[in-house]
Design a protein around this ligand. Structure first.
Ligand SMILES: Cc1ncc(COP(=O)(O)O)c(C=O)c1O
Length: 449
């Protein structure tokens, strides 16, 4: 029996229809007392229930890279629902899932990824990748390689594998002992050495050498994979130091450890290249994606695997299932149709190049906020930025949340995590809208108590 709340969730007579939904990653009582509700969206803007336009500086939740309510995607989804609404992918197939997988491997980095495994979210992509890593070593006769290495402040979704390798304490601490056999690299942020770096910080490549220490502790023969976000997003935009990812790759190669890039945020153009792997010139062994794969329209996640990984599983006897993993909706036809239409838009409109061509303008615009009250760091790469505020003593997160509420009132959607404002606008953004974001943020920061 659930204990009676000492603080009723809301004054239910205000909006009782809002009560039943247990909102994820939300201060439910605060929200239900002061709801912020969108009713529609188009391109760069949301419309609120009270008819206001809100400029989307976060591409929804880092996902609507081509802007909102794109007709081409809506039409593809409608057509698919009316043609083949659902088709199993266990022992059966349908045309759109094969078409999509083929399209994806063709844009994957360095032409080196030849298969794709589908799920329905970033979290499922991560779980799938971790399981593929452990099973891959086992089918090759190295079944002792079961340990997984994540990184402090990493975010890899909310399932047990993801929170185990992840490194954000609030996302982990309520959920018991998590997966055994996990270790963590240190995160790469250092305010003293990196504050207000434009693009990749110069300081910090040596932090990758911590992997050598972890290997020495556990022995390479027990380690399956290292998973990192090339740019850590959800923890508040941490940009990898110059040379850091290259060094991680070298150490993984030295010890036969698989390197997984979690590109749920960085995939599909966020940095001005198709994937972060392209941007940094570092090829991992697996890439997890979600969000931008369907422009956020229909849930989908996927894992790209590098040549040789799929083949290692193909030694099972004929007619035997080679990998006992999958979701009812792996490669759901409607999600596939949305993804194919999304890839068409990215391609036809050159949106990844567009992000690249706007990156310098974006950088200068966001760094112009330096000097405003409480701003202790600004970081950026591609069309991503993080603005870190000094926390109110004893009240972590409160200042950034205040900024978030003020932004919403002003007509701007930002995302905050801890005391960091994270920005990641759709890649269709115009320069004048970048100016607008910075102008509104400037006013908000200026007015913060
Ligand atoms: C890097 C990364 N991995 C995984 C996830 C989880 O994705 P989802 O919320 O779709 O499960 C996220 C979500 O923000 C993410 O940023």
């Amino acid at each position: 029996m659930v204990q009676e709340l000492t603080h009723p969730a809301i004054a239910p007579e205000m909006r009782p229809e809002l009560e039943a939904f247990w909102m994820p990653f939300t201060a439910n009582r605060q929200f239900k007392a002061h709801p912020r509700i969108f009713v529609s969206a188009k391109d760069m803007h949301y419309t609120t229930e009270d008819g206001r336009q809100v400029l989307d500086a976060t591409a929804g939740l880092w996902c609507v890279n081509a802007g909102h309510c794109r007709a081409k995607i809506a039409e593809a989804v409608a057509r698919q629902v009316n043609t083949l609404d659902f088709g199993p992918t266990f022992q059966m197939g349908h045309d759109v899932v094969f078409e999509l997988a083929d399209r994806l491997v063709k844009i994957a980095p360095a032409g080196q990824f030849d298969h794709v495994f589908f799920g329905n979210s970033g979290s499922e992509a991560v779980e799938s990748a971790l399981k593929i890593a452990i099973a891959y070593h086992r089918v090759r006769g190295e079944g002792t390689r079961t340990r997984l290495i994540g990184r402090e402040r990493g975010y890899h979704g909310v399932n047990f594998g993801g929170i185990s390798v992840g490194g954000i304490s609030t996302v982990r601490k309520f959920f018991g002992s998590l997966l055994p056999g996990v270790d963590h690299l240190p995160h790469t942020f250092n305010l003293q050495h990196q504050a207000f770096s434009k693009g990749q910080p110069d300081w910090g490549a040596h932090l990758a050498d911590e992997l050598e220490r972890i290997v020495a502790l556990h022995d390479a023969s027990n380690i399956a994979a290292v998973i990192v976000e090339p740019v850590a997003g959800s923890t508040g935009v941490l940009i990898p130091p110059k040379g850091y990812l290259q060094r991680l790759r070298q150490i993984c190669d030295k010890y036969g450890i698989l390197l997984i890039f979690d590109e749920v945020i960085t995939g599909f153009g966020r940095l001005g290249a198709p994937f972060a792997a392209d941007y940094f010139g570092v090829v991992p062994d697996m890439i997890t994606v979600a969000k931008g794969i369907t422009n956020g329209t229909v849930p989908m996640g996927a894992v790209f695997v590098r040549q040789g990984i799929y083949d290692a599983f193909m030694n099972a006897p004929n007619n035997a299932i080679e990998f006992f993993h999958g979701y009812t909706y792996s490669g759901h036809p409607v999600a596939c149709a949305a993804a194919i239409a999304t890839l068409d838009i990215y391609n036809e409109e050159g949106l990844f190049d567009r992000a690249n061509s706007l990156a310098d303008y974006w950088q200068e615009a966001v760094h112009s906020l330096k000097g405003l009250p409480y701003v202790i760091d600004i970081r950026n790469l591609g069309l991503v930025a993080g603005i870190e505020l000094e926390a109110i003593p004893g009240k972590p997160t409160a200042r950034a949340f205040d900024a978030f509420l003020r932004a919403y009132q002003k007509g701007l959607l930002i995302r905050t995590t801890g005391d960091i404002i994270a920005l990641s606008p759709p890649l269709i953004i115009e320069k004048q809208q970048i100016d607008q974001i910075v102008e509104m943020l400037g006013e908000i920061l200026h007015d913060l108590p």
